[in-house]
Design a protein around this ligand. Structure first.
Ligand code: IVH
Length: 670
């Protein structure tokens, strides 16, 4: 056979594999037997061995694991599945505990439940009347996918609980993972154990999941009906009694010192364990305290992950590129000679900002030490100046935006009285190409409109093809045209179309967040949406530009007002927001809760006893009330603590507002 014929024969087999993968994984409708499939696969592998010029990205040799399916039914978590914030050292940890004290407005002895942080995939198991009813993936934390049948294949997961004291309805959460030993046997198929677990869980066919030996360790609960025990450690014991596996190394410790000691000793043992872990989780043991502390938008206030030390390695900087972010920040990135750090090949490292390059005098050609910790972006620790080649030049940071050529600035911070370390492009709106692309990526991201199938790479590709230049273009896509593009087919275009259509129903909070206004993260978007209630009010405000109104909101300050004013002083930003409002179905922020403080508005002055402002505020909100930060006629109650501001009490008296103590607030709640 000639080389040409061999290639042709090879490609024919590759096309067969593509077709059958699609049938099997996407459509769950295989048309050949497993044995027939394996035969084609082996023929390809044999051909590649024999003729080393044969290569194809769809070769079974290249496929990392198997393609996960996109078509699972969605499930809204009753209690969001949030992540944990990280600490790296004792200072961070002390700071974590200090924040707890601040929130409770009290220094107390805290007991911690300590649990190894297994690096797997979290899953949620809802049991109703003692039977496993739903098994769900974490998804974006709010909505996951129903993967019950796949989870049922895991031996560690009990399908039915016999114990009498098992709650009637409870959602058990834990980690799905693969042991290191088992991973070793299939390591050619997956990049790492975590990928193996997640790929296997997302198979349409549970028989595929079954092929990979997965484990499940339980560690917390989401929604639960009547769980009355006092501590997390009691809960862990109950889990064991009920038939779940828990980590053998769970422990209760009594002080930050003990946590640090345990972390040190455990870190030495980590490589002897038969599972991948990236740190320890510390949880406030007292469930009642957990309940009081509650959550920020991303993570609980009562738990934290203490990561293990990072891995590092030396390599050479080939180039320094400047990336332009969504808020115009110019971030220098070192392109380095690829190097394996702790099992992951690193070829980029962030240099943070202009000042960092200056401070460390980082130059192209330098040998540097790079560190990588968990999922954090690798960064340069130090330059080995002894290895620097003579005559290398200092790196010159651009003063014009590399994307649009616009002027860049370093802002002056009035509070710290210093110039910002970050340089920014001042070309607002969608005038700067890189900023515009990043804004669109933010718009579709998980926490914003969450459009699956329209990833970052697709946005970049569609930008190049002039298909998407503004967020609203997403809703006017020409699907016939997309279907003709390389890498797209009927099924994938259909999926894209569906997820775009589904994304048009969006909460006001997510909509405000999705605009990507600097300093308006999820938390602030929530505050604003609760205040402004619906999108019509929001649009009117944008037109009138009276953002000062938000100064009333506890938590919104000058920085946010300035940023909003700035953003909406740009005509294209205003137009885009108005157009999006007419395309999307933005749900009003309904004060749906009918708590005892419904429609009542509170304000605090002075120090509250045994409770922080933040906790008092969240208590009021939990009971459907709201809070203000200045005395005006909308206020119903002024809550007075120790050393209040006299002027505020005067103003409240003049307006005939009820003046009450914290005790009286508590009795309103009872
Ligand atoms: S508690 C909101 N406990 O870590 C509380 N999580 O970054 C978070 N994880 O998504 C869950 N071991 O996948 C908890 N003992 C443990 C854990 C643990 C590993 C993972 C889990 C979660 C992530 C949070």
């Amino acid at each position: 056979m000639s080389k040409k014929e061999i290639k042709k024969n090879y490609l024919k087999k590759i096309n067969k594999i593509i077709k059958h993968n699609k049938k099997y994984y996407d459509e769950s409708n295989p048309i050949i037997t497993d044995a027939e499939y394996d035969k084609i696969k082996n023929e390809i592998i044999e051909l590649e061995k024999k003729y080393n010029y044969l290569k194809n990205e769809n070769s079974p040799n290249n496929l990392v694991g198997f393609k996960p399916s996109k078509s699972f039914e969605k499930y809204k978590h009753k209690v969001p599945m949030l992540s944990l914030s990280n600490v790296f050292d004792e200072d961070d940890l002390l700071n974590f505990e200090k924040k707890i004290f601040n929130y409770l407005n009290k220094n107390i002895k805290i007991q911690y439940s300590v649990e190894p942080k297994i690096d797997g995939i979290s899953a949620s198991l809802t049991y109703i009347n003692k039977k496993l009813k739903y098994g769900v993936s974490r998804g974006d934390g709010q909505t996951g996918e129903i993967i019950t049948e796949n989870l049922k294949t895991i031996n560690d997961i009990p399908l039915e609980i016999k114990s009498n004291d098992f709650p009637n309805e409870i959602e058990i959460r834990g980690e799905v993972f693969i042991n290191k030993k088992d991973f070793f046997k299939i390591k050619d198929k997956f990049a790492n154990p975590r990928n193996a677990a997640s790929g296997s869980l997302r198979q349409k066919n549970p028989n595929e999941t079954k092929k990979i030996p997965l484990n499940f360790i339980a560690y917390t609960f989401g929604y639960s009906q009547r769980y009355l025990k006092k501590n997390q450690s009691d809960f862990l014991n109950d889990l064991k009694k009920w038939g779940f596996k828990i980590n053998e190394d769970n422990k209760v410790l009594n002080s930050i010192n003990q946590l640090i000691e345990f972390h040190k000793s455990f870190e030495l043992r980590r490589f002897d364990l038969d599972y991948d872990l990236d740190g320890l989780v510390y949880k406030v043991n007292d469930l009642n305290l957990q309940n009081r502390l509650g959550f920020t938008s991303n993570s609980p206030r009562w738990a934290v992950a203490h990561k293990f030390a990072a891995d590092s390695a030396n390599t050479k900087i080939i180039n320094i590129e400047i990336q332009v972010g969504r808020t115009g920040a110019l971030t220098p990135v070192a392109k380095v000679e690829p190097i394996n750090i702790g099992g992951v090949v690193v070829s980029n490292a962030t240099l943070h900002n202009e000042d960092e390059i200056k401070r460390k005098d980082i130059r192209i050609g330098d040998i540097v030490k790079i560190e990588r910790a968990g999922d954090v972006i690798p960064h340069v620790i130090e330059v080995d100046k002894s290895k620097r080649v003579k005559n290398t030049k200092k790196f010159k940071f651009p003063i014009y935006c590399p994307s649009c050529g616009h002027k860049t600035i370093k802002e002056f911070n009035k509070i710290t009285k210093k110039y910002d370390a970050v340089r920014r492009c001042t070309n607002d709106g969608f005038g700067c190409e890189k900023i515009a692309i990043e804004k669109i990526k933010h718009f579709i991201s998980k926490e914003a409109l969450n459009i699956e199938g329209l990833g970052k790479k697709v946005v970049e590709n569609f930008w190049e093809l002039n298909l998407i230049k503004k967020p609203q273009d997403i809703f006017l896509l020409n699907y016939n045209k997309i279907e003709e593009l390389e890498g797209w087919g009927k099924q994938s275009v259909n999926n894209l179309k569906n997820s775009i259509e589904n994304s048009t129903n969006v909460s006001l909070q997510k909509f405000i967040y999705s605009l990507g206004i600097r300093h308006i993260g999820i938390e602030n978007a929530k505050l604003i949406s609760e205040n402004i209630k619906n999108s019509t009010n929001f649009i009117n405000l944008i037109k009138s530009k009276q953002f000062d109104k938000f100064l009333n909101i506890d938590g919104i300050g000058e920085t946010q007002i300035k940023s909003l004013t700035n953003y909406f002083s740009n005509k294209s930003n205003v137009n885009i927001t108005i157009e999006l409002n007419s395309i999307l179905k933005i749900e009003s922020q309904i004060s749906n809760k009918n708590g005892v403080l419904k429609d009542k508005c509170f304000m605090f002055t002075g120090k509250l006893n045994g409770m922080s402002r933040a906790e008092a505020k969240s208590l009021i909100e939990k009971n459907s009330g709201s809070t203000l930060s200045s005395v005006n006629k909308n206020l119903d109650y002024l809550v007075v603590g120790e050393k209040p501001t006299k002027r505020k009490i005067e103003q409240a008296k003049n307006l005939g507002i009820n003046i009450i103590s914290l005790g009286e607030l508590k009795s309103l709640l009872n």
